[in-house]
Design a protein around this ligand. Structure first.
Ligand SMILES: NC(=O)c1ccc[n+]([C@@H]2O[C@H](COP(=O)([O-])OP(=O)(O)OC[C@H]3O[C@@H](n4cnc5c(N)ncnc54)[C@H](OP(=O)(O)O)[C@@H]3O)[C@@H](O)[C@H]2O)c1
Length: 265
């Protein structure tokens, strides 16, 4: 597959899970990658695993809770690589907290990291894609972006918000040569449940059973790459849980019964 050779790909949330798997696969496909997340040591570990030469790799650590420097980061990438072909807005974290017990401060933090950061980084990158007359914006939503779920109120809200923003953006920018893919994973075997925030702000710190048994991050990354290649607008990735999206659309009363029987963990 030569489609990604020398393509410049910026991945947020690249220090673990789906982002790490994407970085490793794009490196195999001879892309040039920029890896972002908070933990610089973990980004360097992933960078080493890619076996990319320093010329083809950039480690760009920052916290998605503060993307005021998004334009400066983008300029840094442009200075080194001259362009950005694909932006993958992947970084984020989940929730395992009851809405009534969760403070508005936590709700706002979830929205900042899982929604506004992606909007801000995308806005910083778009002018360059417009100049290039090409580009691919990818955003990792969730099936929780299609329906609400126990203990996920703000996480689900942030993921729903991504659909409103990026579906509108797609319409506004496709004439500029810019494509937008929204990815909706179901359950993927990563640390997403371990890193999820509980109502009191502490980490959930447990690998949920449903994630332990789920599709690997590598398989998920391969399906995301297939979605980019085939210029899909939206892809659903996971096990049988993704059927709930279609059930909600076509059989809403059945969905209403089924969703109440799902285990939040
Ligand atoms: N796994 C699933 O079942 C599943 C399902 C649906 C959607 N998703 C979505 O997939 C994406 C990736 O999650 P994952 O499953 O790969 O989980 P993960 O292994 O926990 O990875 C999350 C990534 O996001 C980064 N991140 C988290 N908070 C950040 C912050 N404040 N600033 C910068 N980076 C931050 C983490 O890096 P640092 O800790 O180093 O900052 C890490 O690289 C997320 O958007 C998640 O909502 C996952």
């Amino acid at each position: 597959m030569k489609e990604f050779k020398d393509k410049v790909i910026w991945i947020t949330g690249a220090s673990s899970g789906i982002g790490e798997a994407l970085a490793l696969q794009f490196a195999k496909l001879e892309a040039r990658v920029i890896l972002s997340a908070r933990r610089e040591d973990e980004l360097k570990r992933v960078g080493e695993l890619t076996k990319l030469a320093p010329l083809d790799l950039m480690i760009l650590p920052f916290d998605l809770n503060n993307t005021n420097n998004a334009s400066a980061f983008t300029a840094q990438i442009i200075n080194k690589f001259g362009r950005i072909d694909i932006l993958i807005n992947n970084g984020g974290y989940s929730q395992r907290g009851n809405a009534m017990e969760t403070s508005l401060e936590i709700d706002r933090h979830i929205m900042e990291v899982n929604y506004f950061s992606h909007v801000n980084i995308t806005k910083a990158v778009l002018p360059y894609m417009k100049l290039q007359k090409s580009g691919h914006i990818v955003v990792i939503s969730s099936i929780a972006g299609k329906f609400g779920f126990y203990l996920r109120s703000s996480y689900s809200a942030a993921k729903h918000a991504l659909h409103g923003f990026f579906e509108s953006l797609r319409l506004e920018t496709e004439s500029l040569g810019i494509k937008t893919l929204i990815v909706c994973p179901g359950k993927i075997n990563t640390n997403v449940s371990v890193n999820a925030v509980t109502a009191n702000g502490a980490a959930h710190n447990k690998m949920d059973e449903s994630h332990a048994k789920a599709m690997s991050a590598e398989d998920c990354a391969k399906k995301i790459i297939a979605g980019i290649l085939s210029k899909k607008e939206e892809v659903f990735i996971g096990g049988k849980e993704i059927a709930l999206v279609k059930i909600k659309r076509f059989f809403p009363s059945l969905f209403s019964k089924l969703i109440r029987k799902q285990n939040p963990y």
